[in-house]
Structures are given as C-alpha cells and as structure tokens.
Design a protein around this ligand. Sequence first.
Ligand code: SAM
Length: 190
Amino acid sequence: NFRCRSAFKLLEIDEKYRLLKPGFCVIDCGAAPGAWSQVAVQRVNSTGERPDLTKGCVFGIDLLHIAPLEGAHFLSNQDITSSTTHTKLQELLPQAYADVILSDMAPNATGLKELDHERLVCMCLSLLELAEKLLRPGGSLLCKYWDGALAHKLRDGLTRAFQDVKTLKPKASRKDSSELYFLARTFRKI
Ligand code: SAM
C-alpha cells in the first residue's frame, strides 16, 4: 500500500546502506505523491509507533500538492530550490538540522535528453546549498539524476562536501532509463 512504486527503490537502497535510522530527521525533496515519505516515516519512527525507539521526523516538499500522511509534515506547492523554502524548513526542524536529505526530484521531462539532464543536475546542485544550511555534519544525501555530460560536475560538487560518494542503480529502477542515484555520505560542514 505504497502511494507509488518508487518506494521499492528507496527500500532497496536503505536495506543495503541503512541511511534511515529511528530518531533521524529527514527532508524528502520532490516528495509527491509521498511513497518515499511513507518509507521514511516507518524507518525513522516518526509516528512513534515503536515506543521503545527514538521518534524521528519527516519533512516532504513538492511543487505539487501532497496528500497528508501520519508522521510526515508536508510543504506542498513549494520549490525546494528557493531560499524561502530553506528558511521555512530551518524553522520547522526540531534541532535546526536534518540527518538525511532525500531527493527523487525530477523536472517535467521535455523529451530532449540533454536538456532534461542539465535541468535535473542544476536542481541537484541546489541541494548542496540546502545541505550547507540544514544538514548536520556527518549527515547524508541521496539524490536521483539522469546520466549525461554534466554528471561529473554534480559528483565533483558532492565529493567536495561529503567524504564518500557512490553511484547507485537500484534493481527496482528500469534498466532502459538513464536514472541513477548518488549516495553521498559523511557531510563535512565547512
Ligand atoms: N519520491 C516520490 C514518491 O516516492 O512518491 C516521487 C517523486 S516524483 C518522481 C518527482 C517529483 O519532484 C514531482 O512530484 C515533482 O513535482 C517534484 N519536483 C520537481 N521539481 C521540484 C522542485 N523544484 N521543488 C520541489 N519538488 C519538485
């Protein structure tokens, strides 16, 4: 009963890398319709369903409307690349910092492969600004991108800010799509 099949990609990545721990605060960028947030809510125990574990929090942001979900706080109709949204998140985060930033964001595809690739890379690069403001030292960032000529620019940016950067292709991701994920771990705050 996930809102969307994309949940299986996050489940697969989290099974292997254990990004989401009870008590963690997560920012889910491009969260609509909310499947990744559903996974995050369970893993960080943000509903407090497991009283024996620490209670975490989940914030989801999307340009579109996101239907309410217990354990998640959604900012619908908001642009994650805008500094207004960053400020809102900062005010909402219990400790002013997040442990994990997730991004499954994608621009509306034009069908022009290079253009779509460039637009998504730019959106992902803006996540570095978000991390600078809101990610705790040691935190991690997972972001989707479409492979192409500028992927190395994104990887370089992530490598400057994080100790460890990996490229992932979850089995649940269609083989014929250029979709890949960067997993960047151990944020070094400058
Ligand atoms: N992970 C989601 C889930 O599991 O339900 C699916 C995400 S969907 C593939 C990509 C989303 O990114 C779209 O809903 C789109 O509106 C959103 N998006 C694109 N650009 C955005 C931006 N600048 N700020 C916030 N959300 C954005």
